[in-house]
Design a protein around this ligand. Structure first.
Ligand code: HEC
Ligand code: HEC
Ligand code: HEC
Ligand code: HEC
Ligand code: HEC
Length: 187
């Protein structure tokens, strides 16, 4: 029978591994702006499965999105976790299906390199989207990004997301009594 590493157990493991992992914190880094469809359809450097981490099916780990995207509720960017976050668990969790993908994670950590994730969700630089204001207003991540906890590797934007079309932003602002003043989003 396949052994599952559920987070109840993994939490203890995290503490243990945190002591062992002498990996310096690296800043999250992302490959620059994916304005063209080709650049975000091209695949990620590691097949990171959102479902195995954040899914709530049996054998999945039901992690809170903000365990990794920890700045979503307090800053403009949701943030991508640094490789040191991954190593805390993966020094001791080899991966039951794709251990070679986990080895790649450890390789980046050993070399002290950030993982060059390909950025998927991006609006133009002339517009401004503050995550914390939307989280504080009670919106769920899934409302804009889809059922991420059921997804294997993220390669494309969810159809529900409309950040390349300002009508999407403005429609919701009007429905919810939020500002539609040009200057709140453009400066
Ligand atoms: C174990 C850490 C972890 C957890 C838990 C996690 N994520 Fe992620 N997330 C990542 C990593 C690493 C990436 C970058 C790789 C990728 O795009 O798949 C990412 C990417 C994303 C992106 C795309 C970012 C971009 O490039 O534009 C979205 C959206 C996202 N996550 C939403 C969520 C949501 C919603 C949840 C909860 C259901 C969640 N994540 C849970 C680690 C995590
Ligand atoms: C809280 C602990 C925890 C953290 C933090 C964590 N993972 Fe995982 N990860 C797991 C567990 C548990 C599994 C499922 C492994 C299994 O069932 O063998 C998993 C599975 C994976 C897999 C698939 C392995 C396979 O065999 O299918 C990859 C790749 C992976 N994680 C990468 C990452 C990356 C990259 C990060 C950092 C952004 C990360 N993980 C952060 C616990 C964690
Ligand atoms: C109201 C819609 C909306 C909600 C709710 C939302 N996002 Fe986003 N998200 C966006 C938009 C728009 C962008 C692009 C922002 C940009 O380019 O500046 C984005 C970008 C991202 C990114 C990539 C860039 C970054 O910010 O670091 C991640 C990761 C992400 N979101 C995760 C999340 C998570 C996790 C949640 C829930 C805690 C969440 N988002 C809730 C609309 C939303
Ligand atoms: C699902 C609904 C929804 C969507 C989609 C949405 N917003 Fe919002 N937004 C809100 C609500 C509600 C508020 C007010 C929150 C508050 O009062 O703090 C808000 C607040 C803001 C603020 C702060 C406004 C101020 O008065 O300071 C900015 C900036 C913003 N949104 C930008 C955007 C942009 C840019 C997009 C599209 C990429 C977007 N929003 C999409 C619901 C949404
Ligand atoms: C709630 C946020 C929001 C408000 C309010 C808003 N915009 Fe936008 N605007 C956006 C976003 C998001 C985009 C698309 C960015 C992208 O393409 O990634 C955009 C795009 C644009 C563009 C570029 C052309 C295009 O259609 O892509 C112009 C010009 C523009 N806005 C002008 C305005 C003016 C003028 C106002 C006030 C009447 C306004 N905007 C109000 C969010 C907003």
């Amino acid at each position: 029978m396949r052994k599952h590493w559920l987070i109840g157990g993994a939490a203890g493991v995290v503490t243990l591994a945190a002591g062992l992992a002498l990996v310096g914190a690296q800043d999250a880094q992302r490959v620059a702006n994916a304005d063209s469809p080709e650049s975000y359809a091209s695949g990620q450097p590691i097949a990171f499965p959102h479902n195995q981490h954040a899914g709530n099916e049996p054998g999945q780990n039901n992690m809170n999105c903000m365990f990794c995207h920890f700045s979503a509720e307090r800053s403009v960017d949701a943030g991508i976790p640094p490789v040191s976050t991954c190593v805390g668990c993966h020094q001791v969790i080899p991966g039951a299906n794709n251990p070679e993908e986990v080895q790649k994670v450890l390789g980046y950590a050993e070399r002290g390199e950030p993982i060059p994730w390909v950025r998927i969700y991006k609006i133009s630089d002339h517009a401004h989207f503050p995550h914390m204001r939307h989280i504080a207003a009670g919106f769920e991540c899934q409302q804009c990004h889809g059922e991420v906890q059921q997804m294997e590797v993220l390669t494309e934007r969810d159809p529900a997301w409309g950040g390349d079309n300002m009508g999407w932003c403005i429609d919701c602002h009007r429905e919810n009594g939020a500002s539609d003043d040009c200057a709140v989003c453009h400066y």
